[in-house]
Design a protein around this ligand. Structure first.
Ligand code: SF4
Ligand code: SF4
Ligand code: SF4
Ligand SMILES: [Zn+2]
Length: 377
């Protein structure tokens, strides 16, 4: 819009951060066209359907109202002959699962006992870093967001997705005592939460009482509130945690980057905080992450998110993730170091536990090395 030529402007998106903030209406129109064109490639609707005569799905905050012959935003549900049909149910899912050896690159491994093995003496979930054990990574297909920077966009290839049942996952886990956590991610788990909740309840019920199996979720956080609360309860009682990827503080910027609002994520975070976090503060059941999209997710956004978290509890762990070029934002660079440092400082003004993930992308192997290099100790 302003004619700015910069390596920090995505050519697919076609608007810079300044134009988004100065001219929101026009910028949004351009952004929604960008989402429409990339989604058409996967046969996905441009926006959540809002058909006044449609059938409503309320599994996520998009609350699609799907008319005859239309498909929901996630691509997993559609209406045919006046009925809401779906590829998935509470017994069947579209997901790919694999064993990921501990210590994993999980974005919570810097404070989770499976990663650190340290601390939290009051809880029965600790036995040292879990070398020799595994996370069962559960990669769901389909998503309720359309992030133009998606770092897992193979989830859009729904036609390639394996069909997996609750029984399969439970048996896989019961017969492999080396699995010490489940992590639902993808895609994002919201559109398949009935399955995730059902499978988790079943495995915890059938598990031997002395076995550790933490249930974790990594999501955009915009799920149905009742299901989100159930997921929170499962993470809480199993010693796991829930990772909210808070993409932006401003809803406008969130819609520009992901196609939809993320207000529900903040509501759900707050709800789970009051329900569970305060019951187990020494072993956080909640954490947040934010991807530092170059030129877009700046220190103003990070500061807003950090303040939101700190108003709940300044001890909540927060991880800033360095971006690598992917999906529709392949022309953007790795997050510039100056942006990483500014965002880290902004988060630290409010929060005690701030981590930077993917540090190797800017040449560091540890947080200490990063902090020392930029005088951030
Ligand atoms: S899960 Fe969400 S995105 Fe999918 S159809 Fe239901 S409301 Fe729409
Ligand atoms: S228990 Fe949860 S937080 Fe810890 S490594 Fe496994 S998935 Fe990550
Ligand atoms: S929420 Fe995650 S999986 Fe879904 S589009 Fe965004 S980055 Fe991709
Ligand atoms: Zn501009």
């Amino acid at each position: 819009m302003c004619g700015l030529e910069s390596a920090l402007v995505s050519s697919h998106l076609g608007v810079c951060l300044n134009c988004i903030r100065e001219n929101p209406r026009e910028a949004l129109e351009i952004a929604l066209k960008a989402h429409k064109s990339s989604r058409a490639y996967y046969g996905l609707p441009p926006e959540p359907p809002r058909n006044p005569a449609g059938i409503k799905c309320n599994l996520c905050a998009n609350e699609c109202s799907i008319g005859e012959g239309e498909t929901g935003f996630c691509g997993l549900r559609w209406v045919k002959d006046g009925r809401l049909e779906s590829y998935v149910s509470s017994e069947t899912s579209l997901l790919h699962y694999y064993l990921d050896p501990h210590v994993t690159n999980c974005c919570s491994a810097w404070f989770c006992p499976a990663g650190t093995g340290a601390g939290y003496p009051d809880y029965a979930y600790v036995r040292g870093p879990e070398y020799g054990y595994y996370n069962l990574a559960l990669f769901f297909y389909g998503c309720n967001f359309d992030c133009l920077f998606c770092q897992n966009y193979s989830h859009k290839r729904i036609e390639n997705a394996p069909v997996v049942t609750v029984r399969q996952l439970v048996d896989e886990t019961l017969t492999n005592p080396r699995i010490s956590c489940w992590c639902f991610f993808g895609g994002s788990p919201e559109p398949q939460l009935p399955f995730a909740v059902r499978a988790s309840e079943e495995v915890l019920k059938e598990l031997k009482s002395n076995r550790i199996l933490r249930i974790c979720f990594e999501w955009n956080g915009c799920g149905n509130k009742t299901l989100v609360k159930k997921a929170g309860e499962l993470s809480f009682r199993s010693g796991g945690n829930i990772k909210f990827d808070l993409k932006a503080h401003s809803d406008l910027l969130n819609i520009v980057l992901t196609g939809v609002s993320n207000r529900r994520a903040y509501e759900n975070f707050e709800m789970l905080f009051h329900e569970f976090y305060t019951e187990r503060p020494g072993l956080p059941v909640l954490t947040a992450t934010t991807l530092l999209v170059p030129g877009y997710v700046d220190s103003q956004e990070v500061e807003g998110i950090a303040k939101f978290l700190a108003d709940l509890d300044p001890e909540i762990p927060y991880s800033l993730l360095i971006f690598h070029p992917d999906y529709m934002m392949r022309d953007l660079p790795i997050t510039p170091v100056s942006q990483v440092v500014e965002c880290y400082k902004a988060a630290r003004r409010h929060l005690k536990n701030v981590n930077v993930g993917n540090l190797h992308l800017i040449g560091f192997s540890s947080m200490n090395g990063f902090r020392e290099a930029y005088g951030l100790l």
